[in-house]
Design a protein around this ligand. Structure first.
Ligand code: AMP
Length: 249
C-alpha cells in the first residue's frame, strides 16, 4: 500500500510572530520556517506503517514556493521514499490545496492519505475534510490512533469530551491529532541520504487548478500585551484587589 503524506511549510512553532508595521500581514523576513508540527506527526505515522510492513511506499507532497522543498527533504530524511512538489508562489488556500492533492491522488492512487489536522499558520483545519469530499473518500479526522487491517483502517478520533472509534474502508483520508505519535528526529546520515531521493516538481497548471486567492487579507494585529502580575501577601489582600481594583467580585 502506498501512503501519501501532505506536508506544509510554516513558521517554526518556536518563533515569536511579528506583525508587519503596516499590519498588512505577518512579517516573514529572516524568520525560521519548518514543517507544520501536525504534518511531522503525519510523516511519522506513515513511516511507522512502512516499518511495520503495512505500507510499501511513502510519498510526501507539498504545495508552495521553491523553499518548501526543504520540508520535503526533511520528510525524506524522516523516512519518506520520494516527494512531489507542486510549486507556486501564490498564497494557496485550503480549497485549492485540496484540489491539487486530489490531482496527486488521481495520479498516485495511494491506499491511505495522511494530513495534519491543521496548519499552525492559518489554523484552517479544512484541507483534509475538503480533500475527502473532492476525492469521494472516507475520512477519519483528529486521529490519535490508526490501525490498518487489510482493506480497512480503524481510526480513534479525539472529539469533545472523549474518543470516537470509526472504521474506514481504504483508500481513506486521515488527519493527525497531537497524541497520535511522537515524531522522531532526522539523523545526519538520513539527512544526507534524503538529498539523493527523487523529488518531482509540478505546477498547479499540471493539475488544472487555479491558485489565485479568493480571500483578501484585510488586517493582521498582534494580541494585546499581557500586563505584569503582582504577588499578594494574603487572601484578604487578594479579595480586596478583586473587589476594588479588578471589580470582578
Ligand atoms: P489546514 O486545513 O490549512 O489547516 O491544513 C491541514 C493540513 O493540510 C496540513 O497539516 C497539511 O497536511 C495539509 N496542507 C495544508 N496546506 C498545505 C500545503 N500548502 N501543502 C501541503 N499540504 C498542505
Amino acid at each position: 500500500m502506498k501512503v501519501l503524506v501532505a506536508v506544509k511549510r510554516v513558521i517554526d512553532y518556536n518563533v515569536k510572530i511579528r506583525v508587519k508595521p503596516d499590519h498588512s500581514d505577518v512579517d516573514l523576513t529572516n524568520v525560521k520556517m519548518a514543517m507544520n508540527p501536525f504534518c511531522e506527526i503525519a510523516v511519522e505515522e506513515a513511516v511507522r506503517l512502512k516499518e511495520k510492513g503495512v505500507a510499501s511506499e511513502v510519498v510526501a507532497v507539498t504545495v508552495g514556493p521553491k523553499a518548501a522543498q526543504e520540508q520535503l527533504r526533511t520528510a525524506m530524511a524522516l523516512g519518506a521514499d520520494r516527494a512531489i512538489h507542486v510549486q507556486t508562489d501564490d498564497k494557496v488556500e485550503s480549497l485549492a490545496v485540496a484540489k491539487l492533492l486530489k490531482g496527486v491522488i488521481d495520479e498516485e492512487q495511494p491506499g491511505l492519505v495522511i494530513l495534519g489536522k491543521q496548519a499552525i499558520d492559518t489554523d484552517n483545519n479544512q484541507t483534509g475534510q475538503m480533500l475527502a469530499a473532492l476525492a469521494g473518500l472516507p475520512q477519519g479526522t483528529f486521529a490519535s490512533e490508526v490501525d490498518v487491517q487489510g482493506e480497512k483502517v480503524a481510526v480513534t478520533r479525539e472529539i469533545d469530551g472523549g474518543l470516537q472509534s470509526v472504521e474506514l474502508s481504504l483508500p481513506a483520508i486521515v488527519t493527525t491529532d497531537l497524541r497520535l505519535n511522537e515524531p522522531r528526529y532526522a539523523k545526519l546520515p538520513d539527512i544526507m541520504k534524503a538529498k539523493k531521493k527523487p523529488l518531482d516538481v509540478k505546477t498547479p497548471e499540471d493539475y488544472g487548478v487555479a491558485t489565485a486567492s479568493k480571500v483578501s487579507l484585510v488586517k493582521v494585529e498582534a494580541p494585546a500585551e499581557r500586563k505584569g502580575g503582582v504577588k499578594v501577601g494574603s487572601v484578604d489582600e487578594l479579595v480586596d484587589k478583586l473587589k476594588n481594583e479588578a471589580k470582578v467580585l
